[in-house]
Structures are given as structure tokens and as C-alpha cells.
Design a protein around this ligand. Structure first.
Ligand code: NAD
Length: 354
């Protein structure tokens, strides 16, 4: 496989045809860097982890996916189970992990939706602290590269928006979201401690809201975009918290995965942290209206109380990713939402509601 921006022939790698439209969106300049590499994806049965796993397989890696299935689903990886270079082990990373060499480790194992991690604050903190330590110990033993999935939540309520990586954050350390925000901050600090103490090759991605096929839209697992899509497709009113004037920026999954793979392979990304997200900032109410419009019908909005410590604005400054990784998002919000909606229609909704 030559280097240079090129598309991967996913069909040739045995991927189901229904995913081709999404796979065609992925192109990574250094795809050859993944060829014949042993890669561990922690949290590989989740939304981002399953996308990573299949993309890495398609680039010629051998992928070991570990997951405790707390929020991930076997269905996310069922199409990979027969691939000769794919292995799955049900493991909770906070309890300990295998002792085996990997060239690269992607640590994506953590509950990620606010409602869900607030219901499981201890497990969330442990996955990002003890779990991260277990990952870093393994990496230090075998000199593996580690890519840690952090979050825009490390910024808390930022005074600077769009927020650059140099902003240190404004986080409530004891609030209901602190299990996640401080968990991620600790995880980042631990990565940097292993870098300083053992010269470990670590890279950190601060992911901003990402959506797309396989994101969960049910109950506590749902995040704004997937909740709206599910409600719209079920002809229900969309639940907006507060007055909907809070902002977020939404990145389609192929753009996020593309950036993560660039972070994993770029020499200049070693020891660095990158904001990964779409810099188009919109209000939650605008998102709700857009989803209704794309779904082709309006059933109104029902308002709920704004959750405690909900950040009023969230938008990444992606100048660093642009200049160092040569990356920026390519999928527009309307297109990404339509693709996601199609996936939910085909895969998630009861037939009677479609
Ligand atoms: N999707 C986003 O918008 C977003 C934004 C910021 C950060 N992130 C981070 O990216 C990573 C992946 O998020 P996602 O959106 O795919 O969420 P997800 O819930 O779909 O995936 C997380 C996966 O980790 C697994 N997991 C959780 N705790 C575990 C543990 N202790 N041991 C083993 N497996 C465990 C879950 O079962 C799940 O499969 C997370 O670390 C999350 O914090 C995601």
C-alpha cells in the first residue's frame, strides 16, 4: 500500500457493502504505517472503538479489541468477528489487562454520555485512572505507542471559545460531571507522567462531540444528536435541556477517525495533545430544528431543566490539527446527520416506526 492520500478498498477486505458509503469517506495519508501492526483497541466494541477497529483492519493491522461491554455492543463488531486478524476479549481494563506486545494501543474505554457516566461515577473514574495506568504499564513494558481518548470536557466551562489546546480548563472538581472531566484530566496527566518518567510515546486526542452510525440513541446512552434523531424518527417531540441556547459543535465520525489515525502516525504528534472536532458551533435548539427538517416533519420541542454544570458553549479551535496533521473535517452537518439518520432507520428502529 503506497503512502499519500488514498482510499482503502474496504470491500476487498471483506467489509459488508452497506458500510461502503461511510468507508469511502476515510482516507489516511500514512495508511501504510498500520500495515502488519499489532494494535490493541480498548473500548473497541463502542461507537468510536468499532470504527477504529474496522478501519485499522482494513489498513492491514491485526486488531485485538478489549471491552467490558458496559456501553459497547457486540453488534458493533459482529461483522469483524470472522476476520482472521481480529480478536475480541471481554475485559474490564480497571481489573487488569493481558500481558502481550502491541505496537500501538488506542485507549478508548470509558463511558462517554453525560447521563450514563453520572449514573456510574466510580467506574468512569476507575477506567480513566486505574484503567489508564494498566494500559500505560503494558505500553511501558513493550514500548508501545499509546493514543489516549480524552475529551473536550477537560475544558469544563471555558472562558475562551473556540478553545485552543493551550487553555487549561475551568472545571468543577466536585460537581456531578467531575467523574468524567477530572477522570480525563487525570488520564491525560498520567500519560504525560509516563512520557516524562519512561519516555513513553503517548499522544492525546481531546475529542469534541462526535456522532454517526453506531452511536447509541437509547436512554441514558444517548447524546444530543442521537437523541434528537431517534425522537424525530419516532415522531416524538425533541427533548431540549434549558432554553437550547447552549452551543456545541458536531463532528461526523469519519472525520474524527481520520484525525485520530493521523495523530497515531504523525511523527510530530508524539507527546502532543490535539483538539479533534468540527469548528461549526451551533445552538442545541438549531440542531433540534435541523434534525426535524431532515426527518421531514415537526413534532415540536419539549423543554427540560438544564443539567447541573452543563457547559454553555463548546467549540474547538482546531488550528493545531490543521497545521500539524493537515486535517480538517470534510463532512457537513446536514450530510452527516442524514447519513446517521439513514443508519438509525435501517438498523435501530422498530419497523412500525420507520
Ligand atoms: N463520541 C464522542 O463524542 C466523544 C467525545 C469525547 C470523548 N470521547 C471518548 O472517546 C472514547 C470512546 O467513546 P464512544 O463515544 O465510542 O463511547 P462508547 O460508550 O460507545 O464506547 C466506550 C467503550 O468503552 C467500553 N468500556 C467502558 N468502560 C470500560 C472498562 N472499564 N473496561 C473495558 N471497556 C470499557 C464500553 O463498553 C464501550 O464499548 C471514550 O473514552 C470517550 O470518553 C468520545
Amino acid at each position: 500500500m503506497k503512502s499519500g492520500s488514498e482510499s482503502v478498498d474496504f470491500k476487498a477486505h471483506g467489509f459488508p457493502e452497506r458500510y461502503d458509503c461511510f468507508m469511502a469517506l476515510l482516507d489516511v495519508p500514512s495508511a501504510a504505517d498500520f500495515h502488519q501492526k499489532e494494535v490493541l483497541v480498548a473500548g473497541g466494541a463502542g461507537f468510536l472503538g468499532s470504527w477504529l477497529s474496522e478501519t485499522l483492519l482494513a489498513h492491514g493491522s491485526s486488531v485485538t479489541c478489549i471491552d467490558n461491554l458496559a456501553t459497547g455492543r457486540e453488534a458493533n463488531i459482529s461483522h469483524l468477528r470472522t476476520h482472521k486478524n481480529f480478536r475480541f476479549e471481554k475485559i474490564d481494563i480497571s481489573d487488569g489487562i493481558m500481558d502481550r506486545h502491541f505496537d500501538m494501543i488506542f485507549h478508548f474505554a470509558s463511558r462517554a454520555s453525560p447521563e450514563e457516566y453520572q449514573q456510574h461515577p466510580v467506574e468512569t473514574m476507575l477506567a480513566n485512572s486505574i484503567g489508564t495506568r494498566n494500559i500505560l504499564e503494558l505500553a511501558a513494558k513493550y514500548n508501545s505507542r499509546v493514543i489516549y481518548a480524552s475529551s473536550s470536557e477537560v475544558y469544563g466551562h471555558p472562558d475562551v471559545v473556540p478553545t485552543p489546546e493551550s487553555y487549561w480548563g475551568h472545571v468543577n472538581p466536585i460537581g456531578p460531571r467531575s467523574c468524567y472531566d477530572e477522570g480525563k484530566r487525570f488520564g491525560e496527566a498520567l500519560c504525560m507522567a509516563y512520557l516524562r518518567a519512561y519516555n513513553l510515546d503517548v499522544r492525546i486526542v481531546r475529542i469534541f462531540n462526535t456522532y454517526g452510525p453506531r452511536i447509541r440513541g437509547d436512554g441514558a446512552y444517548a447524546r444530543a444528536a442521537s437523541r434528537f434523531i431517534n425522537q424525530a424518527l419516532r415522531s416524538e417531540p425533541l427533548t431540549v435541556y434549558g432554553d437550547g441556547s447552549q452551543t456545541r459543535s458536531f463532528c461526523f465520525v469519519t472525520d474524527t477517525i481520520n484525525a485520530i489515525l493521523r495523530v497515531a502516525t504523525s511523527d510530530a504528534a508524539r507527546a502532543e495533545v490535539f483538539n479533534i472536532g468540527n469548528p461549526r458551533e451551533i445552538t442545541i435548539l438549531t440542531l433540534a430544528q435541523l434534525v426535524e427538517q431532515l426527518a421531514g416533519g415537526s413534532h415540536g420541542v419539549k423543554y427540560g431543566p438544564l443539567p447541573e454544570d452543563d457547559p454553555p458553549r463548546r467549540c474547538p479551535d482546531i488550528s493545531k490539527a490543521r497545521s500539524i496533521l493537515g486535517w480538517e473535517p470534510r463532512v457537513g452537518l446536514e450530510e452527516g446527520l442524514s447519513q446517521t439518520m439513514r443508519w438509525f432507520r435501517e438498523n435501530e428502529l422498530p419497523r412500525s416506526n420507520t
